[in-house]
Design a protein. Structure first.
Length: 314
């Protein structure tokens, strides 16, 4: 893709992030932080793009005009869909926006099918059984700590592997898999949690849903990893210059902080949770190199066409 096409795709993703007008201030702050963190990538001035979107200085029509190839238009649409679905099912404003995107980009019915796939992933419940309620506590019991640690590591390796795949839906699957991990940890300590509670927990420790997807996909896009490739992977699985390993570290940290939180009867304050998460993320980042071979091997076994089944079965 040309630099102007890359810029247009990022701009469209930011437009999608703010289309419903309901982003919490902390999520806006995270998106701004990500724009500043990626500002040197590929020569783009992302902080300026961020401000242009917020100030409505860019339009869908102007963005569409920069996307010359069929591949760039399809990728732009897929990223916009995943941004809209990152925090759950699409709102009415998001559905209308995506319909306008399809029309503006001249996409066919396959684009609508992609949106349906993303919606199905976003709608997968955190628990197999419906109707679980937040704050419901089961009979006290002591979970196997070593088994929980093993499940946290396996989840981190899986999400690290998904980060290496070029397909947009693979990136989107990371968030629901993280939510399912937190659910299972709470359940192991006797808590039956709903998705609202888990989203609040992630937001409290500092993991925004939309912002996390934007950061993951943005790094892959700007590094040339995101997109459909004949062999499934681009330039080999070991390209960690493109992939920061953030999904491994963030999943590892979420799991261990959730374990500490629910084991302690949910008594940690907001600041304690944030500090704990920040510290364990650093630990996860230091471990990522050690587990890189396992992450790469896992990536080789994943079928990007079965992402929905993967999320449902987690």
């Amino acid at each position: 893709m040309t630099p102007s096409e890359t810029k247009a795709i990022v701009t469209l993703s930011l437009l999608a992030a703010f289309v419903d007008g309901e982003k919490h201030e902390r999520e806006r702050a995270e998106i701004k932080r990500i724009a500043e963190g990626l500002s040197q990538a590929d020569g783009l001035n992302l902080p300026t793009l961020y401000q242009d979107v917020l100030m409505k200085r860019v339009s869908l029509a102007s963005v569409a005009g920069e996307l010359a190839s069929n591949e760039s238009r399809q990728l732009a649409y897929e990223m916009a869909v995943c941004v809209c679905d990152a925090d759950g099912a699409q709102s009415e404003a998001e559905r209308m926006f995506l319909a306008d995107v399809r029309t503006s980009l001249g996409l066919d019915a396959s684009a609508a099918r992609f949106s349906q796939q993303a919606e199905e992933i976003a709608a997968v419940p955190v628990a197999a059984a419906a109707g679980t309620a937040v704050n419901t506590v089961a009979a006290p019991h002591t979970p196997d700590s070593a088994e929980l640690d093993k499940s946290i590591l396996n989840a981190a390796i899986l999400n690290g592997a998904l980060e290496l795949l070029p397909e947009t839906l693979s990136t989107m699957a990371i968030i629901p898999l993280q939510m399912k991990l937190v659910y299972r940890i709470g359940q192991a300590h006797g808590y039956q949690l709903d998705s609202g509670h888990i989203k609040d927990f992630l937001a409290t420790v500092g993991v925004g849903l939309t912002s996390q997807y934007l950061e993951q996909a943005g790094r892959k896009l700007l590094g040339g990893l995101l997109g459909k490739v004949g062999g499934g992977l681009l330039r080999g699985l070991g390209n960690q210059a493109v992939s920061s390993g953030m999904s491994f570290a963030s999943t590892y940290a979420l799991g261990h902080v959730a374990k500490r939180y629910y084991a302690g009867g949910r008594t940690l304050s907001t600041q304690m949770l944030k500090d704990a998460f920040s510290g364990v993320v650093k630990e996860g980042q230091s471990l990522q190199t050690q587990y890189l071979p396992a992450i790469q091997e896992k990536a080789r076994t994943l079928d990007a066409g079965n992402v929905l089944s993967l999320v449902r079965g987690a």
